[in-house]
Design a protein around this ligand. Structure first.
Ligand code: ADP
Ligand code: MG
Length: 353
């Protein structure tokens, strides 16, 4: 298992776009690591630079203790899976899977045996004689994975490998990919713009923006404690509540009332942004006795999320949303009070995003 260490990694394209900006990052041996961020933030460039398909402008890339910054792609011992799979259309499945072994000069019987073994492992045994055009999207995706697995690389680099699958298949493929990575124990960097996918798959996530890492942490950490309002906005399947607030001693005034300020809040200024996930906000149908002056407002919108409901409350000009179980759904137009679950209210300085 291989550790990846990136130090001061910078990529400036001809024409002046800085796609990676002095990036420092360590991926631990055997880790399933996600690079998450909006389109254009540099995820693909980072992966291609690790694979050697792009030259770093400055900085270093180490795999284990080996400096590979100037090493040719074929000598880096990595396998990359691309978003469009990049299968060879004129080759059969078995030839596609064994192609990297051919490039490495392995004899045909060994190549075929390995390709068939990996094909079985990935459930492709009935398809080995077909060409890619005779496969479904999900099957093509597995062939691309099999090709990566067959060369037993030290690292997997995956660039949005699930994004061309339909929603249902994408969920299945997630579980499949996770099991495969666990079984093989190969250090994996997985690029996605889909926050749910990163949360579901990764041991740790780097949230990127403009060629830099905004936050690094476990899925739980980046979900529960986003480092800034950019990350807060990007993570979560329902948008995080981010509302203007004013620090008043140990209280936080927001539209519609006050919250108890989180412990140890030292705001750079009295004017801040309060952040609370809808999942962590409780609704009450009367003013809670242990939270006098809790924000109050009128229920305006109910959105069905399946077993839960997203409730939007108009609080004196601002909206706050809470997720409640379906059987605790308030009536539209009714008055409610809101309190954060203990430890869940966050405070951001207004220049943090
Ligand atoms: P992502 O994969 O996160 O969507 P990319 O790594 O593809 O982002 O792109 C990062 C930035 O680098 C973008 O501004 C993009 O336009 C630019 N870029 C990517 N590839 C090239 C290239 N070959 N030449 C010039 N600019 C590029
Ligand atoms: Mg990309």
């Amino acid at each position: 298992m291989t550790r990846i260490r990136l130090t001061g990694l910078t990529k400036v394209f001809d024409g002046g776009v800085t796609a990676l900006d002095r990036l420092d990052l360590t991926v631990e041996p055997g880790e399933f690591f996600a690079l998450l961020g909006p389109s254009g933030c540099g995820k693909t460039t980072l992966l291609r630079t690790m694979a050697g398909l792009e030259q770093a402008t400055s900085g270093t890339i180490r795999f284990a203790e080996r400096d590979v910054t100037r090493v040719a792609p074929g000598d880096r011992d990595v396998a990359m899976v691309f978003q469009d799979y990049a299968l060879f259309p004129h080759m059969t499945v078995v030839d596609n899977i064994s192609y990297p072994l051919k490039v490495k000069g392995r004899a045909k019987p060994e190549r075929t045996a390995r390709a068939e073994e990996v094909g079985r492992q990935l459930g492709l045994e009935a398809l080995t004689a077909r060409r890619p055009s005779a496969l479904s999207g999900g099957q093509q995706q597995r062939v691309a994975l099999a090709r990566a697995v067959a060369c037993r690389p030290a690292l997997f680099l995956f660039d949005e490998p699930l994004s061309n699958l339909d929603a249902r298949l994408r969920l299945e493929a997630r579980g499949f990919l996770k099991r495969l990575q666990r079984e093989l124990g190969v250090t994996t960097v997985f690029v996605t713009h889909d926050q749910a996918e990163a949360l579901a798959l990764a041991d740790r996530i780097a949230v990127m923006e403009s060629g830099r890492v905004r936050q690094l942490g476990t899925p739980r950490e980046v979900f529960a404690r986003p480092a800034d309002t950019f990350v807060a906005n990007f993570i979560g399947s329902t948008p995080m509540n981010l509302v203007p607030a004013e620090v008043e001693g140990d209280r936080l005034r927001v539209a519609g009332g006050v919250f108890a300020a989180p412990q140890g809040v030292v705001a750079g200024s009295a004017k801040v942004t309060a952040g609370i996930r809808p999942e962590y906000l409780r609704l009450h149908d009367a003013e809670p006795t242990d939270a006098p002056d809790a924000p109050t407002g009128t229920v305006s919108i109910l959105e069905n999320l399946g077993a839960t409901t997203l409730v939007t409350v108009d609080c004196g000009g601002e909206s706050l949303s809470a997720v409640v179980p379906e059987d605790a759904e308030p009536a539209p137009g009714s008055r409610v009070w809101l309190t954060p679950q203990p430890g869940r209210l966050l405070v951001y300085d207004n220049d943090s995003g």
